[in-house]
Design a protein around this ligand. Structure first.
Ligand code: ADP
Ligand code: MG
Length: 697
């Protein structure tokens, strides 16, 4: 056995372990819970807990934790030891079914957006048996959902599982209409491609902005950036290669299928792609991947930056959410089939996605909204904040043919007659990939590219699943009662194309002219910032859809809007405070020192001989003095803008103030400091430059 096959999943209580360690009856009943959502009884839970504990202890674990994903931050865990005192004064290692199924962490320090009054500060965690338990360090981690005592979700997993259930319910209705009775369950799958930057620990320690905020708040453009395109798919440097090797090994032990890795567009930027898996497992794995990337980097004296825009003017980091819908019988519902009937079903699912993306553009934008991602969307090599879809030439031609009732001519020139019961037959698209679209069809899956590198993929998939479930529900409601299924189906597909073709755009999404066309001619939404989009989470149509499918309750939605805006405000305020501090206590004094040393040089020269020219010195001193005044004044103004935020009467208003005043002053302050950097001696400059950081590894 190769080492990879030996270590893969070695720290996971996966199906192989369950089969080996559990009595057949227990195993079968657990499998039914995992596969079909059948309730678990306490007897089975006790047996599973006991086997899980024995396995964990054998593998070096001493503690267990209910591992969950709070509304902010990567993941949370509170460790309890397995130890129980025994009557003889010694200890035994214990773990019961009750402890496995339910935990009660003190929830008071996690954001709840007003859901949880302090008197009911204890939330509870509930085991998610569909995602395997694993060992991290010396702790058995049990993936769980996190709820308040009233049953409201305080985490991201609960609504994600609900959204998958909603899509399952509606997709099954559609499959039945196509006479597909064998399918028991429909699930979505995701393969998230994760981008990140690596810099040395030394550089990280020397930059307070990166330490406090995850990104550089100052820094003049380096002489060399990404313009040579020599980094992408270039040779991976030895130190980075060692990091990747180590990272892969850690991820493999946890059963995470890390598969490809390569350099990204910007210097110091890299990407990791796993093999896709069921959405909630992919989400757990992506959270773990982010955590482990950061840990492994430190071992190599490196720091892994997951911020969406660590460096202005260079490519930002995103996460491409490759998403598909598949059945327990192994069919990918977004894969064009071999027969016209299969293709009719494919077209209906495709239309459901088109309709969903158009109807809920706002929810998709909201699902990726953070202060960090606002800097990335629409900047270098990232999709704009306008949501649109790319389908490729062939699918486009097919949709057009259906819309206009004209025959479709396939790429091989065979004519397809479009009748009511003869939807066209076609195969996987062979046209070029479009890399600039926020939402691109890539043959048998969609790639949603707006996610930020630090986002949990849960948010995007919750909205995507829910919106598609809603389209499918509308289709099923219409088709179930119909006498003539094929005509109704054809009309429905046609209507979707007519109503929603504005969302389809196959051109260059990075082009400014597209934004104009999208907003002015097509009426698509362009929410540039988190402050702009987040309040729309509570728009009537969104609340109605999400509550109808039981993905969120009213209160949960209100709490999320509040938490996300609070998080936006806090993030920017920390950035603003870091900036004023760096400007006043480091940059301004350093610039002053340099200006004064030049002024003194000029004086010495003049005292030697009054005719020695000092125009250079005078010019620099003058420019630096003007800039220094500007830096001091702008830093004061920024400080005042932050203080003024306390006048805001709601979190929405505070977010608008941040967008309109604080972020504007931050940009002005940065511009002044960055300009000073270009004319100040490196010996005097207090922090490493962009070139130092980007080429540090
Ligand atoms: P591409 O060539 O389109 O970039 P890759 O095969 O490189 O596709 O895959 C990119 C990511 O998409 C990987 O994480 C992969 O696991 C994932 N992926 C592939 N097929 C699917 C699918 N059917 N559903 C979800 N994700 C998928
Ligand atoms: Mg990609």
């Amino acid at each position: 056995m190769s080492t990879v096959t030996k270590i893969f999943g070695s720290k996971v209580f996966d199906d192989r372990v369950m089969k080996a360690k559990l009595p057949a009856k227990i195993y079968n009943s657990l499998r039914r819970t995992i596969d079909e959502g059948v309730d678990l009884d306490i007897g089975v839970a006790n047996a599973v807990a006991s086997a899980m504990k024995d396995w964990a202890v054998e593998n070096g674990a001493t503690h267990y934790t209910h591992w969950f994903q709070p509304l902010t931050g990567i993941t949370a865990e509170k460790h309890d030891s397995f130890i129980s005192p025994s009557p003889d004064g010694g200890i035994i290692m214990e773990f019961s079914g009750k402890e496995l199924i339910k935990g009660e962490p003190d929830a008071s320090s996690f954001p709840s957006g007003g859901i949880r009054a302090t008197f009911e500060a204890r939330g509870y965690t509930a085991w998610d048996p569909t995602s395997y338990a694993f060992i991290k360090g010396k702790t058995l981690c049990i993936p769980t959902a996190f709820c308040s005592y009233g049953g409201e979700a305080l985490d991201k997993k609960t609504p994600l599982l609900r959204s998958m259930e909603a899509l399952n319910t509606q997709a099954l209705r559609i499959l039945r209409l196509f006479g597909n009775d064998a399918v028991k369950c429909v699930k979505t799958s995701v393969g998230p491609e994760q981008e990140y930057f690596l810099i040395t620990k030394e550089m990280y320690d020397a930059r307070p902005d990166i330490r406090f905020t995850g990104r550089t708040l100052f820094g003049a453009k380096p002489p060399k950036g990404q313009e040579m395109d020599d980094h992408y798919f270039g040779v991976i440097k030895p130190r980075v290669a060692e990091f990747m090797e180590d990272l892969n090994e850690e991820l493999w032990k946890l059963g995470i299928l890390a598969k490809t890795e390569h350099n990204e567009v910007a210097p110091a930027q890299h990407e990791l792609a796993p093999i896709y898996t069921t959405t909630n497992i992919a989400t757990d794995h992506n959270q773990l991947t982010m955590e482990i990337m950061q840990k492994v980097a430190i071992r190599h004296e490196l720091v892994c930056l997951l911020h969406e825009k660590p460096f202005a003017g260079v490519n930002g980091s995103g996460k491409h959410n490759n998403w598909s819908i598949s059945t327990d019988t192994g069919a990918n519902l977004l894969s064009p089939g071999a027969t016209p009937c299969e293709n009719a079903q494919f077209l209906l699912f495709l239309c459901a996605v088109i309709k969903a993306v158009d109807d809920y553009q706002d929810l998709l934008r909201i699902s990726v909204a953070t202060a960090g991602n606002d800097h990335r969307l629409g900047a270098n090599e990232a999709p704009p904040a306008v949501v649109s879809m790319f389908l490729g030439d062939e699918l486009n031609a097919i949709l057009e043919a259906i819309e206009t009732d004209t025959p479709y001519v396939a790429a091989d020139k065979t004519k397809m007659k479009l009748g009511v019961n003869v939807l066209p037959k076609f195969t996987r698209d062979t046209t070029d990939r479009n890399r600039t679209s926020p939402f691109a069809f890539t043959g048998n899956k969609f790639e949603f590219r707006m996610l930020g590198s630090s986002n949990s993929i849960a948010c995007a998939n919750i909205m995507l699943n829910a919106a598609v479930a809603e389209s499918l529900k509308i289709y099923a409601d219409r088709l179930e009662g119909t006498e003539d299924f094929e005509t109704a189906l054809h009309e429905m597909i046609k209507k979707t194309i007519k109503d929603h073709k504005r969302i389809i755009f196959n051109g260059n999404g990075y082009d400014d002219s597209w934004i104009k066309e999208a907003t002015e001619q097509r009426g698509l939404l362009n929410y540039r910032t988190t402050a702009d989009c987040m309040p729309h989470l509570l728009d009537k149509k969104n609340v109605e859809m999400l509550t109808a499918h039981k993905v969120f309750s009213n209160r949960e939605l209100q709490s999320r809007e509040e938490i996300m805006l609070e998080n936006y405000c806090k993030t920017v305020i920390i950035e603003a405070n870091t900036m004023t501090d760096m400007a006043k206590c480091s940059y301004a004094p350093a610039i002053e020192r340099y200006a004064s040393s030049i002024a003194q040089n000029a004086m010495f020269k003049k005292s030697l001989d009054a005719t020695i020219p000092c125009a250079y010195e005078a010019g620099i001193v003058k420019r630096l003095s003007v800039l220094c005044d500007r830096i001091a004044n702008t830093a004061d103004e920024l400080e005042s803008a932050v203080i003024k935020l306390s006048d805001a009467e709601s979190i929405d208003e505070e977010a608008y103030m941040i967008r309109d005043t604080v972020l504007v002053k931050m940009a002005e302050l940065r511009a002044a400091v960055d300009e000073a950097e270009t004319i100040t001696s490196k010996d005097f400059w207090p922090f490493p430059s962009y070139a130092d950081m980007l080429f540090s590894v």
